[in-house]
Design a protein around this ligand. Structure first.
Ligand code: GDP
Ligand code: GDP
Length: 461
């Protein structure tokens, strides 16, 4: 038992691109199936641990102009009626068009669940369109780039409660669940979806093989649900586990969950890296788990940097603290290495833990909650502009070729992570060092450690 998602929207917004991304290789099989109409494509989709059916209305592309409205309406209505949830896609580079309004109207009247996505949002050019999307009255748009795979985490977050609804129904009907489990996994009792009211916080625990990821998650769960062992790389595939940690519902992505022995070690190493990447994409908070004995290895730095670039809240945890003798000296050197090797994560919390004994786990929990809170932080426009005035006085922007850059006005355009837009003259001429000055100032003055901060300079037109 699973749900059906219809992707609707006017031609050329990127529906097929998302469809293909969700369906992946399975597409080829789908095309050969009888009964699939020419203009509604159906496929088996997968997004992390979610499995569902996806319908794409991309056939509209070949339709001629005069018949477009009518056919578009009929096809969309058919897709909407077949689906449990609709993803309504607009092109953020173009903004909201009259056709988009027609779609919004159909969806408001006909669909129980609508998720709004502003696609092609991979650059600054899309900022205005994303903001315009709010005017459709369908809630907060997901900022998406189907082509680059961005925004899938937010899509996952939006689909999760719907999926849980169906999992719940399925459990009432039969003892089976709709989660893709092999028989062995099911026997171990892993990954059984628990219906819940609150959205679980999505946390990824990433780190080198043997850093202690499985031990940490076992400790949090308070029982030996995952096996741990000294063998490097014996696990593969990211899975997610639902749990309550100190009363907070969480979904923890583990990159060391399944314990199937594979034949080729090399293949496993490759898998574990890409699983780490996948876990980061779906997480809200990323815990980078380091081994105190060998901290800040290349692999650790790569994944921490990826988490920052993907805009996740980050907590760094140093594990195996129980075997450390001179803790004070060790902590000092860790902090120095952190600042030197990961300047892009400045201010992120560094927590020492022992996954084995459980020491430090409450502090880790608190750091995760706080990082999540900061990641969601919204600062009022009035506060920002008062602050900007002070910053400009303290350190005025440079004057390339004698022409002073004017920073006029500032507002927060987004959260998760916090992103700010500064209206200014000559946005291209603002040097990186001045951007950094502002970002560091924001972090310090508004107390936003542990989250990436985005800042865009925009010219007025
Ligand atoms: P559909 O008609 O809605 O199914 O749209 P398509 O998926 O066929 O995409 C239309 C065009 O937009 C294609 O050229 C895609 O490569 C492009 N496109 C799709 N998604 C994105 C995106 O996220 N960013 C950008 N820049 N282009 C995209
Ligand atoms: P993973 O590959 O990151 O999942 O690492 P595991 O959880 O399998 O742990 C690798 C090894 O490190 C095992 O032998 C664990 O017992 C050991 N280990 C994990 N956490 C700790 C810790 O806090 N202290 C000590 N001393 N050993 C630990």
């Amino acid at each position: 038992m699973s749900f059906t998602l219809a992707i609707v929207g006017r031609p050329n917004v990127g529906k097929s691109t998302l469809f293909n991304r969700l369906v992946g290789k399975r597409l080829a099989l789908v095309d050969d199936q009888p009964g699939v109409t020419r203009d509604l494509r159906e496929g088996a989709a997968r997004l992390a641990d979610l499995k569902f059916t996806v319908i794409d209305t991309a056939g509209l592309e070949e339709v001629t102009d005069d018949s477009l409205q009518g056919r578009m309406r009929r096809l969309t209505e058919r897709a909407v009626d077949m689906a449990d949830v609709c993803l309504f896609m607009i092109d953020a580079r173009v903004g909201v068009t009259p056709s988009d309004l027609v779609f919004a109207d159909i969806l408001r009247k006909r669909s129980a669940h609508v998720i709004l996505a502003a696609n092609k949002a991979e650059g600054k050019a899309a900022d205005a369109g994303v903001i315009e999307a709010y005017s459709l009255g369908l809630g907060e748009p997901i900022r998406m780039s189907a082509e680059h795979g961005e925004g899938l985490n937010d899509l996952y977050t939006s689909l999760m409660p719907i999926s849980d609804g169906f999992a719940e129904k399925a459990m009432e009907d039969t003892p089976e669940t709709d989660v893709d489990l092999t028989e062995e996994d099911a026997a171990e009792g892993d990954v059984v979806p628990q219906p819940t009211d609150a959205k679980p916080l999505q946390v990824a625990v990433v780190g080198r093989p043997n850093a202690g990821k499985s031990t940490l998650i076992n400790q949090i769960m308070g029982e030996d649900r995952l096996l741990t062992g000294p063998e490097a790389g014996i696990t593969r595939d990211a899975i997610s586990l639902r749990m309550d940690w100190n009363g907070v519902p969480m979904r923890i992505f583990d990159t060391a969950g399944m314990r199937k022995k594979a034949k080729v070690q090399e293949k496993l190493e490759k898998l574990s890296v890409s699983d780490g990447l996948r876990a980061v994409k779906f997480a809200e908070v990323v815990v980078v788990l380091l081994d105190a004995e060998i901290p800040f290895e290349q692999q650790d730095l790569r994944i921490a940097d990826l988490a920052e670039r993907e805009g996740r809240a980050v907590v760094v945890a140093v594990n195996k603290w129980d075997v450390e003798d001179d803790r004070q000296a060790k902590l000092k050197s860790l902090k120095e290495s952190f600042e030197r090797l990961l300047p892009q994560l400045r201010g992120a919390p560094l927590i020492t833990v022992s996954a084995k004994t459980g020491r430090g786990l409450d502090r880790l929990h608190d750091a995760i909650m706080r990082a999540y809170d900061v990641w969601n932080r919204r600062v009022s426009t009035a506060q920002l502009n008062r602050w900007l005035t002070g910053m400009l006085e303290q350190h005025p922007p440079p004057a390339p070729q004698g022409k002073r850059i004017k920073l006029r006005y500032m507002t927060q355009a987004k959260t998760r992570p916090p992103g700010f837009v500064v209206m200014c003259s000559h946005p291209d001429k603002v040097p990186d060092s001045y951007n950094r000055y502002l970002v560091n100032g924001l972090r310090l003055d508004f107390d936003m450690p542990g989250t990436p901060i985005r800042l865009w300079m925009r010219g007025q037109n």
